[in-house]
Design a protein around this ligand. Structure first.
Ligand code: TC6
Length: 708
């Protein structure tokens, strides 16, 4: 743990370590100190659980000790159950039993918390009779984020301390509560000095002994849960108020049901209810998907030919070319991380507009309480706007965010090549174009990469790091490591049209348009994707973005529905009409005009419209994306299937509980995806040709992710 004066000591234990190398028992001044050391995060695997159980029994039996301190070595208290054990045959003492064993100890047990006490870690602390923590510690029950609920008594014990409403909030959000706040809520008994946790916990235990205080069981506290008894509306109201946040997820409702059981049932029955709900969730696909995502988010940083010790370049200043929506959003990520930004525009008006949008965004965050008012000025003080391209001679990294056109981008990079300092990283925010070609106009292609942010760039978590052919390892490693520093999930992708995300999106868009010609209405397509869990479908999305992006009256051929809509000045939400009609609050309703247009359009193209089921719409939209994902893997444009899933979850709002398109493919069965692709290849056309990888996987009986 954090205390340097007391290094973890396996050999010096006063009690022979008979069972496990990860736990240790030492007696000091009549207090038994149980220390756990299971790097990196003291996950509560079987060896830890059995070890703690053994140490507790020894401490209980030892007449020389009157109280127990439970503390962890390394960087944190228990960060939770060992997630890798879920879904495997059970081993060792179950966590819930261990928590009860601790709670039933005949001597007071004090949890000494640093780092994070999360999930099973906080449940362990709730089994202890008292809790001491350093101010920097955070506690929480993040199980919901893994599609499960706290299954070791957390849903029964937490409300007994913090009350039902706070418990509902904590358990369904998974938030990490800072120790000082946890103390206010009664969850922590005492804050310890940052560097003296072990001593503080020891002193606390000695004081308990001196004052004759014995074990204090959380399960015996009843006033807080009694206060909520006979008020079922508390739970219904909570579910209703959070319906948007919970949409599609199974775990939140189970969490609420478990907390309700804490109120309505005796403790033991509440625990049994929690257990039932936990077992159901942990065996389900959603939890599998969410656990897969947890590891996939961490996997993304591992690049086979760039080991962790690959040298990186310093990024202490950033230049951005273009103060439009994209450039401004990109800038905010760096300002938020305390990295100064120089932003360059061509016209004063555009520069002023760009800077004022950034300020407005910060002010809006401050108004919502998400940002301290003084931080608005602090962040704005880090940005310099200029019309002088020469200002790009100093930054360590320059990101170009100008109009998406190869000639314009090449021109920018030619100029940049002359100005940027040697060794500076030159990045393009292109969303489709060939970064190798852009790099080729410079004298230093080893310094050029793609950094593709997703709009709104200050919000969306995805960053596609595009590995240009000649980019040096240092440059690529720097960009990959920079991503988490600016709050992004950075996914390394190869050069190809649209990279990973937009390349797959193009498949979906093509089929969305075709389904509308064949018989579906735009709102049918959108509804199917919304019900699947995406934030919106492609037509609602187009209306939001504006249908006239890249369209002009002069060049319009009036062939596609989109072009026809633009010609009618139905250009999306901003004009009050697009695929949908919009009211003053931008609420969408299907448009009878568009419906007629769609019918006419099909007729014009000689298509006899047919009834298309929701199931077919979903398959037609998603299977071609999966097939394209397989091609991307095959071509080595993504390192692993889970990286593709990270792109879709963090860049396009793919529902976490479905694990991303490649994981989803595994859950529906690759043979089913293949069969459909073959059918459509025969019936519709060669664009549905199954990828070789998909075929090989089916033949070998393998999956893409190995996790579904
Ligand atoms: C639960 O408790 C359920 C109870 C009911 C039971 C009946 N298990 O995130 P980092 C690995 S559910 C296994 O990079 P940080 C992680 O994969 C659990 N492995 O570090 C990574 O491995 P890699 C509830 C785990 O400092 C390494 O440890 N708890 C676990 O950025 C370092 O992790 C949670 O959901 C685990 N529980 O953040 C908390 N946790 O190096 C989950 C981590 O091979 N953990 N690993 O890639 C976290 O939120 C964060 O890890 C952190 C530390 C905040 C603790």
């Amino acid at each position: 743990h954090a205390s340097p004066e007391q290094p973890f000591n396996l050999g010096g234990s006063d009690v022979a370590d008979t069972q496990s190398g990860v736990t240790d028992l030492k007696v000091e001044d009549g207090i038994a100190i149980v220390t756990v050391n299971n790097p990196p995060v003291n996950a509560l695997g079987a060896a830890v659980r059995d070890g703690v159980a053994a140490r507790m029994r020894e401490a209980a039996a030892d007449p020389a000790t009157e109280a127990v301190v439970l503390i962890c070595a390394g960087r944190t208290f228990f960060a939770g159950a060992d997630i890798t054990e879920f879904g495997k045959p059970p081993k060792g003492i179950p966590l819930g039993e261990l928590v009860t064993l601790i709670e039933d100890m005949p001597k007071p047990v004090v949890a000494a918390i640093h780092g994070t006490a999360l999930g099973g870690g906080l449940e362990m602390a709730l089994g202890c009779h008292y809790r001491v923590a350093v101010p920097s510690a955070r506690v929480g029950l993040p199980e919901v984020k893994l599609g499960i609920l706290p299954g070791a008594g957390g849903t029964q014990r937490l409300p007994r301390i913090v009350g039902v409403e706070r418990a509902l909030e904590m358990i369904t959000s998974g938030e990490h509560v800072p120790a000082p706040k946890a103390k206010e809520a009664g969850l922590i008994d005492e804050l310890a000095p940052e560097e003296g946790l072990r001593q503080a916990a020891l002193d606390f235990a000695k004081r308990l002994v001196a004052e004759g205080k014995g074990p204090r069981k959380v399960r015996d506290l009843s006033d807080k849960v009694e206060a909520a008894r006979g008020k079922p509306e508390v739970f219904a109201d909570f579910a209703k108020a959070n319906a948007r946040r919970f949409r599609g997820f199974e775990a939140p409702a189970a969490c609420i049901e478990a907390v309700k059981a804490a109120v309505e049932l005796p403790f033991e029955q509440g625990i049994a209810k929690e257990r039932d709900l936990f077992l159901k969730l942990v065996a389900g696909t959603q939890s599998k998907a969410q656990r897969y995502v947890f590891f996939a988010e961490r996997e993304v940083r591992k690049i086979p030919d760039l080991p962790d010790d690959t040298p990186t370049l310093p990024v202490n200043s950033v230049g951005i070319i273009g103060a439009g929506t994209m450039g401004g959003g990109i800038a905010m990520n760096f300002l938020n991380a305390g990295i100064p930004v120089t932003i360059v525009e061509m016209k004063q008006e555009a520069l002023d507009r760009g800077l004022s949008v950034i300020r407005k965004n910060y002010e809006a965050s401050a108004a919502k309480g998400r940002l301290k008012p003084e931080d608005v000025e602090k962040r704005m003080s880090l940005i310099t706007g200029t019309l002088d391209f020469e200002a790009l001679s100093t930054p360590d990294l320059v990101i170009e965010a100008v109009y998406e056109n190869m000639d314009i981008k090449k021109d920018v990079f030619r100029r940049l090549d002359k100005i940027a300092k040697p060794g500076a990283i030159l990045a393009s925010n292109t969303s489709y174009l060939n970064v190798d070609e852009i790099a080729s106009v410079t004298s230093r292609p080893e310094s050029v990469i793609g950094m593709h942010f997703f709009s709104p760039a200050n919000v969306m978590k995805l960053l596609e790091v595009v590995r240009a052919e000649k980019a040096s390892k240092e440059v690529v490693a720097t960009a990959v490591k920079l991503a988490p520093k600016i709050g992004k999930i950075g996914v390394l992708v190869g050069v190809c049209y649209g990279f990973v995300g937009n390349r797959m999106l193009a498949e979906r868009q093509r089929e969305a348009n075709r389904l509308v010609e064949e018989g579906a209405m735009p709102w049918d397509v959108d509804r199917v994707l919304y019900e699947f869990g995406l934030p919106m479908g492609p037509f609602a999305m187009s209306d939001l973005a504006g249908l006239d992006i890249g369209w002009s009256r002069e060049t319009s051929k009036g062939e596609t529905l989109r072009e026809k809509l633009c010609e009618m000045d139905r250009r999306g939400q901003k004009t009050g009409a697009g695929f949908y009609d919009y009211d003053a609050n931008r609420k969408a309703t299907p448009s009878p005009i568009v419906e007629q247009m769609v019918l006419d359009h099909s007729k014009q193209k000689g298509i006899t419209r047919r009834q298309i089921s929701d199931a077919e719409i979903l398959e037609r939209l998603i299977y071609p994306m999966i097939n394209e994902g397989a091609k991307i893997l095959e071509e080595g444009k993504a390192i692993r299937a889970s990286d593709i899933d990270m792109v879709w979850i963090n860049g396009y709002g793919w529902p976490v509980y479905r694990g991303g398109p490649m994981f989803y493919a595994d859950t529906v069965g690759l043979e089913n995806v293949l069969a459909r692709m073959e059918q459509w290849e025969r019936e519709i056309g060669p664009e549905f040709r199954p990828s070789d990888l998909l075929r090989r996987k089916v033949e070998a009986g393998e999956t893409f992710t190995g996790a579904a």
